[in-house]
Write a protein that binds this ligand. Structure first.
Ligand code: ARG
Length: 367
């Protein structure tokens, strides 16, 4: 979707707050604002300077009301990919991003920003995947194999000629589209994708469940909005918090649904709720996730440490006179939430730009 003329007010207010935060003088800020106004009047849009782009992406992280990991917003590495728009070149840039971020397991937060939406109909770049690395999902006669969340995209990849192995943990190809061209699909080289086999520190038999997860989450379907400009392809990554994998991806009944198998392995009766078999299985599964990432040397944070870091972020922002908005229901971890300080605090769920936004799904979800 191309956008109309950029909103001058949004552009100005971003430029002013960004340049102020960067410590520019009043003269510098005034002259840049004039320039931006002139560009918008003449062309309907403007381009961010490199430092406006970098700081905008970092502010967008700082403003992400659902993210518990915001203490580290300033460390975000920004790759300016605005000059790249051929599919093959985009894929090459994505591989460089994955390699940089994975860093042999010492995960580094990063974002690659491709070209902005334009008012005059230049083709828009879209990544069809929800994450650059994610497992495929297939509907079979005995239920879903793989990740149920990936069934619609997997169907499309198959239609586009992708040949899968049909296992529970096949890495989906990357699907890229520019403008109204046909989507292109690319397989990620195996050695680029760090994965962690899940084992348990004490339960020998745990590995027999055959569980694994990829090391780094790269969200690739959200739009980055800075100063009235939309970047429709701006994949970013942090490192995992253990519960994302152990209490959601592998545990949700509508995802990998592994709690019954874990409980069985633990010899727990599933006949009633009062022995708390789900809770016990959750604890062991999450212990296994954290232990396995550590063992494999891949960065991960437990939810207690992440919550403490979030409180430090709040204190840091308060000291700078900035308000922290947040979505409480997303900020509390899905395990033992009341054992973290976040549970007992209150947040105003206000959407502030720059930010990362959901955007229209580029493909048909129906079978
Ligand atoms: N919750 C998503 C997943 O489990 C990842 C979202 C981003 N997470 C992060 N730690 N930056 O795959």
């Amino acid at each position: 979707m191309n956008q109309g003329t950029v909103n001058c007010g949004e552009a100005e207010s971003y430029i002013v707050s960004c340049l102020r935060e960067l410590g520019k003088t009043k003269e510098e800020i005034d002259s840049r604002v004039k320039e931006v106004r002139r560009d918008i009047a003449a062309t309907g849009t403007y381009m961010h300077t490199y430092e406006e782009l970098v700081h905008g992406a970092r502010m967008a992280w700082r403003n992400s009301g659902r993210c518990i990991g915001r203490l580290f917003w300033k460390t975000l590495e920004v790759f300016d990919c605005r000059h790249i728009f051929k599919e093959d070149d985009i894929f090459a840039a994505l591989q460089r991003h994955i390699d940089y971020a994975t860093n042999g397991g010492r995960v580094r937060p990063a974002i690659s920003i491709f070209r902005q939406s334009s008012p005059d109909g230049e083709p828009e770049v879209r990544i069809w995947n929800h994450q650059l690395i994610r497992y495929a999902g297939y509907e079979t006669e005995h239920g879903v194999t793989g990740d149920p969340a990936s069934v619609p995209l997997t169907r499309i990849c198959t239609k586009l000629g992708w040949r899968s192995d049909g296992t529970d943990f096949d890495i989906l190809p990357v699907v890229l589209q520019t403008g109204t061209r046909e989507p292109h699909i690319y397989n990620l080289p195996r050695q680029l994708v760090k994965e962690v086999p899940i084992r348990h520190p004490h339960m020998e038999s745990f590995h027999s469940l055959g569980l694994r997860w990829y090391g780094v989450p790269f969200i690739s379907d959200m739009a980055l909005e800075i100063g009235g400009i939309r970047y429709t392809a701006a994949p970013f990554n942090g490192w995992y918090m253990g519960t994302e994998i152990g209490a959601r991806n592998l545990a949700d009944p509508f995802r990998y649904n592994k709690l019954p198998e874990v409980a069985k392995l633990m010899g727990l009766s599933m006949d009633s709720n009062i022995n708390l078999w789900k809770d016990r299985a959750l604890v062991e599964l999450n212990t296994a996730v954290l232990y396995s990432f550590k063992l494999e040397g891949v960065s991960i944070v437990d939810h207690h440490t992440a919550a403490d870091q979030f409180v430090r972020f709040e204190e840091q922002e308060a000291a700078l006179g900035r308000e922290v908005s947040g979505n409480w229901s997303w900020l509390i971890p899905p395990m033992s939430p009341a054992a973290t300080p976040i549970f007992h605090r209150h947040y105003e769920n206000k959407i502030v730009n720059p930010n990362y936004h959901y955007q229209r799904c580029p493909f048909h979800q129906a079978p």
